[in-house]
Structure formats: structure tokens, C-alpha cells
Design a protein around this ligand. Structure first.
Ligand SMILES: Nc1ncnc2c1ncn2[C@@H]1O[C@H](COP(=O)(O)OP(=O)(O)O)[C@@H](O)[C@H]1O
Ligand SMILES: [Mg+2]
Length: 368
């Protein structure tokens, strides 16, 4: 390392040139004013931030760089600062201060001010940085946090509603059927010796009730957790779901699953199954459709789902009524997996729900 003492001493002029180039190359805007607030130095970064050449502001009041509502307080703050023995401080903290570009646009800044006495003349130097981008990303972060909070509340409420619905279904469907069968068994016990034809009729009715109860149990279980998804894979599980929807609501529904998606792994498979389940429920409840379609395929390393109906459509931008969690739930599921969902619809236009999910990593190969 060279010994700095061996360098020839810089002349006053050279030192000034060095200082100038340091100030000019600084990333932050540097503005110096005299005691009256007249600008005496305005570096390159300041020119860029304010959109104003130095020549146009040197000799003029710094107030031109401030939004009018801050001008009086700025004057007052500078005078107060001049009477302290502080050499520097942050400006405006904890508030965000704003400055004014030459084109009239306001922008938030992070600024510090310092003062020096040179001879009998006092100078103020403001070093500032445009923090628009930082503040914008802070606001976006805050909005994202609020959305997550809302979704968490919606999930919690939906879970409670779901439990209440399951309890009602268990009570109404299974509980009622079991009660009827219990009464049938009691009847049989009391009538064991009666006419065999009567006994046969009764047992046939019991058998039919058992069949429908078993079907209801399967349906409730499938609602709770798509067991068939784990057992059979995505395509057969969707075939069952779509078939059940068509049978129950009399709406024809076409299902197309591209071969590369037939056995998609979790969590994408579960998410798609649930989205289709909720989407079909909405078609049954709201759409008055005569036809629907589900299409799953891959494009550019992503899984795409479109679920469409020819029903009456709705305005996806209108806020949902209180207690509607179906669409919120779909959004939440998809966002959690880093995907995207769009509802393309309008009154009288049918509805398309379009989901894009990143492909899950391939399933680990079973050890042989
Ligand atoms: N396929 C559809 N066709 C027509 N309207 C729909 C459809 N899907 C959703 N909607 C509208 O969007 C609203 C919100 O749906 P959702 O969040 O699932 O709540 P919910 O089904 O409990 O009303 C529904 O009330 C309905 O007005
Ligand atoms: Mg719904």
C-alpha cells in the first residue's frame, strides 16, 4: 500500500475539484443553501431527483423544491435549527417528508440536514433520497398482509360453517335413516312369526334404506376428504365428482383431463379437486346452466384448469355477500400454491373459472 505521505500535497484548487467530483458522483441528492435559504449547491443526483438543472435553481429559494403546504414550517424549522448547537439531524422523522419535482409531482423523501459556519456565514446542507419505491413496496406489503388476514378469518369461519353443515347432514341423513332402521328391527322382533310375504317386503325396504344410507355415507365422506383422490388419482376422482354433479342436478358436464395430468401429485391434485368441487356447487346453486365443462391440461410447465358453464353469469368484481366463502376459498387455495385464478363472467355470459398452478415436483419413485 503506498504511503499517503509520499503523495504531493494537493493544491487548494485541486482539493476543490476533488470535493466537487465526490459531491457530483454521490448517489444521494445534495443541496446546500445559505442562511436565507438560497440554493448554492445542487448536485447531479439532485438534478435527477427533482428533474431540474442546477443552473435553474442556484441562487433561488429552496422553497421551490417543497410542496407549498410545507414552506412555512420549513422556514421555521431552519431558523430553529440554526439556533441549536446540533450539527446535523434527520428531517421530518418520524413523519415522511415530501419534496416537489419541477413537473409539479410530489415525492416522499428520506432526508437529513446539517449546518456549518464558514467565517460568519451559515450554510445548511440537505442530503436526501427519493423513497417512492420503498414506500410503494411497504404499502403493497401492508395490503398483502391485510389480504392474508382477511383470508385467515374467512378460512376460520368457513371451517366452522363446514362443521355445522356436516353435523346437519350426519343428523338429517344418517341419523334419520338409522332411526328408521332401528324401528324396522323392532318391528321384525315383534313380528317374527308373521306372514313371510310381509317379512320379505319389510326386509326388502330395509335393504333399500341400507343401500341409500351407504351411498349417503360415501358422499359425506367424500365431501369431508376426497378419499377417492388418494385411492384412485385425480382423473377418476373428478369423473366421480362430475358424474355425481350431472346425475344430481341434471346438468350435462364434460370432463377432459390431458394424459399428463391424469395422475397429478398433491398438493396440486387436491387443490384442483376442491376448486372443481366448489365450482360445480356454484353452478348448481347459482348458474341455472344447462351445460358445463372441466378441462385440465399442462402449458409451459404449469397446470391449467378451466371450469366453465353456460349459465346466467355474474359480476366477479362486485363484492360477495356476507358469508360467501366459496370464491374466497378457491382464491386462498390457489394463492397458497403460488398459482393464479381468474373469474371471467358477466351477467348473461356464463362463467369461466381459470386456474393456473405451478407443477408439483415429481412423485418420489417407490423403492424396488
Ligand atoms: N357459476 C356461477 N354462475 C353464476 N353466479 C355465480 C357462479 N359462481 C359464483 N356465482 C356468484 O358468486 C357469488 C359468490 O359465490 P361463493 O363465494 O361461492 O358464495 P356462495 O356460493 O356461498 O354464495 C354467488 O353468490 C353467486 O352470486
Ligand atoms: Mg359457493
Amino acid at each position: 500500500m503506498p504511503d499517503p505521505n509520499t503523495y504531493p500535497a494537493a493544491t487548494g484548487h485541486e482539493r476543490e475539484t476533488q470535493l466537487r467530483s465526490i459531491i457530483e458522483s454521490a448517489m444521494d441528492a445534495i443541496i446546500t443553501t445559505d442562511r436565507q435559504g438560497r440554493v448554492v449547491l445542487f448536485n447531479r443526483a439532485a438534478e435527477l431527483a427533482f428533474g431540474c438543472p442546477a443552473a435553474r435553481i442556484i441562487g433561488h429559494s429552496i422553497e421551490r423544491l417543497l410542496p407549498p403546504r410545507f414552506r412555512a414550517t420549513h422556514q421555521h424549522d431552519m431558523q430553529a435549527f440554526a439556533h441549536t448547537d446540533e450539527s446535523s439531524k434527520r428531517m421530518g422523522a418520524p413523519r415522511v417528508v415530501s419534496a416537489l419535482r419541477a413537473n409539479g409531482e410530489e415525492f416522499p423523501i428520506d432526508a437529513s440536514i446539517s449546518q456549518v459556519l464558514i467565517g460568519s456565514e451559515r450554510f445548511f446542507t440537505i442530503i436526501l433520497r427519493d423513497v417512492s419505491a420503498k414506500i410503494r413496496s411497504e404499502r403493497e406489503l401492508e395490503a398483502a398482509r391485510e389480504e392474508i388476514r382477511q383470508l385467515a378469518i374467512a378460512t376460520q369461519t368457513a371451517r366452522e360453517q363446514e362443521k355445522a353443515r356436516m353435523a346437519r347432514e350426519l343428523h338429517d341423513e344418517l341419523g334419520q335413516a338409522l332411526m328408521a332402521l332401528k324401528m324396522d328391527v323392532a318391528w321384525l322382533q315383534n313380528n317374527l312369526g308373521s306372514d313371510p310375504a310381509k317379512l320379505t317386503t319389510r326386509t326388502l325396504a330395509m335393504s333399500a334404506l341400507l343401500d341409500s344410507t351407504m351411498a349417503a355415507t360415501r358422499r359425506i365422506a367424500a365431501d369431508l376428504r376426497p378419499l377417492i383422490l388418494g385411492d384412485l388419482g385425480l382423473e377418476p376422482a373428478l369423473e366421480w365428482l362430475v358424474g355425481d354433479f350431472s346425475r344430481r342436478h341434471g346438468v350435462a358436464c364434460e370432463l377432459q383431463v390431458a394424459p399428463e395430468c391424469a395422475d397429478l401429485a398433491d398438493p396440486a391434485a387436491s387443490a384442483l379437486y376442491r376448486v372443481v368441487q366448489e365450482g360445480l356447487t356454484n353452478i348448481a346453486r347459482h348458474a341455472c346452466a344447462t351445460g358445463a365443462g372441466v378441462h385440465i391440461y399442462q402449458r409451459g410447465g404449469e397446470v391449467m384448469l378451466t371450469l366453465q358453464d353456460n349459465g346466467r353469469g355474474f359480476d366477479p368484481d362486485s363484492s360477495p355477500r356476507e358469508g360467501s366463502y366459496g370464491i374466497k376459498g378457491i382464491r386462498e387455495r390457489v394463492y397458497l400454491l403460488g398459482g393464479q385464478v381468474d373469474f371471467l363472467s358477466g351477467p348473461g355470459r356464463g362463467t369461466i373459472v381459470q386456474v393456473t398452478l405451478p407443477l408439483p415436483p415429481p412423485m418420489p419413485q417407490a423403492a424396488s
